[in-house]
Design a protein. Structure first.
Length: 219
């Protein structure tokens, strides 16, 4: 510490008291700067917690033995990762040195998992997402093509009403054959039958069907 300027500019009255007060003030300022350095410049980085603690004690210098142990403990814990602080929060009766050693062991266990998570970079994740989207798009296109190539059975069922209409026409012809007009000698061709119903059903034979009388018997 430089005291030359104090000696050269000492007052005529009470020079000793002036020197003492100035030295105390400068020493206190040095302690404040050292504390400020602990608060702002010391980080864990890639060091072990025990290594960081030793560096903090070196910054305190000769005052390490008399420095507020509670404040030093708080400054030390503030520089640890949040998950480590949560684990050490209950160890209130443990010495600061033992606390630093516990933090070393916790970080040794946690570091491999952290490295595995950080090993996947964002560009790799984006590329994987793009590949997944491309695969899904291709799958949808293939399903759409297969659906067009092999229509659903429901589409064939929609044609069934047309077949039902043909069956109704055949029933209409049969119904006309058994009416009283048919017994009176009216032929199918001359009877009043819907035009589209005059077509005989392809499943019936060409032989003449028996004619029924009006009372339900044979003609």
């Amino acid at each position: 510490m430089e005291v030359r300027d104090i000696i050269l500019h000492r007052p005529l009255e009470s020079p000793y008291n002036h020197l003492k007060a100035t030295l105390i003030g400068r020493t206190s300022a040095s302690e404040r700067r050292r504390l400020q350095e602990l608060l702002s410049n010391e980080d864990l980085g890639d060091r072990k917690p025990t290594q960081m603690l030793r560096k903090m004690e070196l910054l305190l210098g000769d005052k390490a033995a008399t420095f507020d142990a509670g404040l030093l403990r708080e400054l030390f814990l503030q520089r640890l990762p949040s998950n480590v602080r949560m684990i050490l929060a209950s160890a209130t009766e443990t010495s600061l040195q033992s606390l630093a050693e516990m933090a070393d062991r916790i970080l040794e266990v946690a570091t491999p998992s952290i490295a595995a998570v950080s090993g996947t970079s964002l560009p790799d994740e984006v590329a994987q997402l793009r590949a997944d989207v491309a695969n899904l798009t291709k799958l949808v296109q293939e399903l759409t093509t297969d659906q067009r190539r092999f229509p659903s059975p429901l589409r064939h069922r929609r044609r069934s009403p047309a077949r039902d209409t043909d069956a109704d026409r055949q029933l209409a012809v049969l119904h006309h054959l058994v009416t009283p007009q048919a017994c009176a000698g009216t032929t199918v061709a001359s009877a009043t039958v819907p035009r589209d119903a005059q077509r005989p059903a392809p499943t019936h034979s060409k032989r003449e069907m028996p004619r029924l009388s009006t009372d339900g018997g044979k003609c």
